[in-house]
Design a protein around this ligand. Structure first.
Ligand SMILES: C[S@@+](CC[C@H](N)C(=O)[O-])C[C@H]1O[C@@H](n2cnc3c(N)ncnc32)[C@H](O)[C@@H]1O
Ligand code: SF4
Ligand code: SF4
Length: 350
């Protein structure tokens, strides 16, 4: 289903070691610029509706920290969109209250929780003390009140040995969907020794593929896994997922947006929807998508470059200069040692 991705804010109450966002880790006071203005949200959704988009995927930052979170949900629902959002589950009772009016509940498709350890020790090491219990409790609360919970997990060195346990926990918590993704490199998470060497990514993918068939709930991998197809059909590059950042700008992909190492905007920021229409900005996005595909055709013909295309998101991180040259070389060096491909079931970005 085509979706509008909205980064509702750029503020967070956690400081996760792996996080790829350049985020403000503090309170909402005096930081108005870090929240998407609701009149901009309203304008974007009106224009998106006219193009046939029907679902809003809300991310951030930590979305419920928007001081007008509930009103944002009203705008989404009043335009007739269904929505879901990603959360770290902190202050979940407050979040639950915010989604509980009849209008907001009627359009809520589900809530996705980020879980980065199948055990309390692993999760809290990455996300901070007390976080694991908050996530597990929030998922149980959702079950009790009839909201569909999902889990999204980013695999790294600290949790890669817990894949079976993650799937068992997902089954135990009766989640609707469970999505695994690779962790994209930043200078910070590389420095914290969280990024697996690339040959290990293939082994992780095999481990995930194994649990994907053994459980009743739906388990899949987010985009960014190994592929032999060199022209990516990910939702951003097919325009099935649009990403609007917290400043109201159309960008190529939520995985590249406001990247932690970057100090300036990249070419992935294509238009300011405060000043131009969604259609105008989409025209520019189409040109960028075309350019990305052309570039990948050139890379595919180059024996030195072509192996990189097995990991399309890493190519984007490098192409849009989101991380330091050195970080990427660490990743790419491992490619040659990668092992034979194995097909896995793909899903959209969470
Ligand atoms: C940026 S967070 C925003 C929503 C919310 N704060 C949360 O953590 O669920 C969205 C998702 O991106 C994931 N993420 C953060 N850093 C990442 C990285 N370096 N590579 C891949 N995914 C990452 C998070 O774990 C989370 O599931
Ligand atoms: S992953 Fe989510 S919860 Fe963690 S710091 Fe980033 S935005 Fe905040
Ligand atoms: S980073 Fe690039 S390849 Fe990966 S999902 Fe985004 S647009 Fe697609």
């Amino acid at each position: 289903m085509p979706r509008i991705g909205i980064e509702l804010n750029n503020v967070c109450n956690l400081d996760c070691t792996h996080c790829f966002r350049s985020i403000y880790r503090g309170g909402a006071e005096n930081n108005k610029d870090l929240f998407l203005p609701l009149e901009v949200l309203d304008k974007i959704l009106r224009e998106a509706k006219a193009l046939g988009y029907q679902h809003v995927a809300i991310t951030g930052g930590e979305p419920p920290m928007h001081p007008r979170f509930g009103e944002a949900l009203d705008i989404i629902a009043n335009h007739g969109f269904t929505y879901h959002f990603l959360t770290n589950a902190r202050n979940f009772q407050k979040t639950l209250k915010a989604v509980s009016t009849p209008l907001r509940r009627s359009k809520l498709a589900g809530i996705s929780f980020s879980l980065d350890g199948a055990t309390e020790a692993t999760h809290d090491k990455i996300r901070g003390k007390g976080s694991y219990r908050e996530v597990v409790t929030a998922i149980a609360t959702c079950q009790a009140v009839g909201i569909k919970p999902s889990i999204i997990t980013t695999i790294n060195k600290a949790n890669r040995h817990e894949i079976d346990q993650f799937a068992l926990l997902g089954a135990h918590l009766k989640v609707e969907r469970q999505i695994f993704g690779h962790q994209n490199p930043t200078e910070h998470n590389l420095g914290e020794d969280l990024i697996l060497p690339l040959p290990e990514w293939r082994v992780v993918e095999r481990d995930i593929a194994r649990v994907m068939t053994g459980f009743r709930h739906h388990i899949s991998m987010a985009v960014g896994f190994y592929t032999d197809y060199f022209l990516p059909r990910c939702a951003p590059l097919t325009l099935d997922d649009l990403n609007i950042d917290y400043r109201g700008r159309l960008t190529l992909c939520c995985q590249l947006s406001n990247y932690r190492d970057g100090d300036k905007d990249g070419e992935d920021v294509v238009g300011d929807l405060k000043r131009e229409s969604l259609s105008e900005a989409l025209g520019k996005l189409m040109n960028l998508v075309n350019k990305v595909h052309q570039e990948r055709l050139v890379m595919a013909a180059d024996p030195v470059q072509k192996d990189k295309l097995h990991y399309p998101c890493l190519v984007c991180v490098e192409r849009f200069q989101k991380s330091s040259q050195e970080s990427m070389l660490v990743q790419m060096d491992g490619l040659r040692a990668s092992i034979a491909p194995q097909p896995v079931r793909a899903t959209s970005n969470p």
